[in-house]
Design a protein around this ligand. Sequence first.
Ligand code: GGG
Length: 363
Amino acid sequence: MKNFSIAVIPGDGIGREVTPEGIRLLDAVGEISGAYAFTYEYFPWGSEYYLQTGKMMDDRGLEILKPFDAIFFGAVGDPARVPDPISLSGLRLKICQGFDQYVCMRPSLLLPGLPSPLAGKKPGDIDLIVIRENTEGEYTGAGGRAHPGLPIEVAVETSVFTRTAVERIIRYAFELAARRERKHLISSSKSNAQRHIFSFWDEIFAQTALEYPTVTTERVLIDALCARFVLKPESIDVVVASNLHADILTDIGGAISGSLGVAASTNINAERLYPSMFEPVHGSAMDIFGKGIANPIGQIWSGALMLDFLGFPREHDLILHAIKAVTGEGRPLTPDLGGNATTKEVTDAIMAKARVLAGANLV
Ligand code: GGG
């Protein structure tokens, strides 16, 4: 039995409803397998904290989080009360960038029983992973504004691409693609318009490709790649993309898989010098917050990815199989997937399936 300390940041909106469900599932699977136990410490950081203190997180936030084995994060954003640039940069980006969590890995999988909004797609047709550069690029925050309110007002935002960051994320994506069955890697580009940063990215991609002869590659412009996610997702295996490109692509990936509510995500420091963070792709979804109907699958699946990262691949597989067993039966599902179940009912069903699968030694 291994013990781990997990920092929990539920954040805003439905993040506060789905993180407890993810934790219930993690604890249940810990009991089933007997392989690990988690102790949790909760941090109230987020938009409410900002309204009370003027900060999205404690000034010593990174120092406080550093000793934890991992961070389990919900969602951030409360646009009616806190401007988006403050809420995102003051919490999620501070942690991802401050802990050099440079690999944001986001799988999109059409789960059994779930209807894709794309006609004729069945499980297996959508099975792709986007590797998002998570520390720089369009999210660096380099820029500023001058002459506020005057006709000559100006705003400048500079994307920063460094060789270190581009090389390591592209290499990570090649390593992943080389381990997968289809061994195909697409690099998202926009070098026709952004000729400095994306020519640099394209060159590094082409150079790195020489080291991975078993992986077939394509360079696709982001606009065409967005269309391909919708028109031919079955042709996509692994994608490596800049921070912004991947953010957009993974919302599409979630949507074509039935709902953004099922999409899971990691923010990993691969060298394990800092804690990594696990969170669903979806945000705070203020429109449904408080109704108890948020889909817990993205958070639960993110918990499974955390287990895999901590060295428990069997427990990861157990959770994923349990999710698939529930969606495969078509109920209970939350309203975003066409059902009328509550967040808790879906978690209970996944937990029950995990117990059955483990009891029957099916995973
Ligand atoms: N759980 C993910 C989350 O809260 N995302 C909020 C958001 O607005 N993210 C934008 C981004 O990460 O680019």
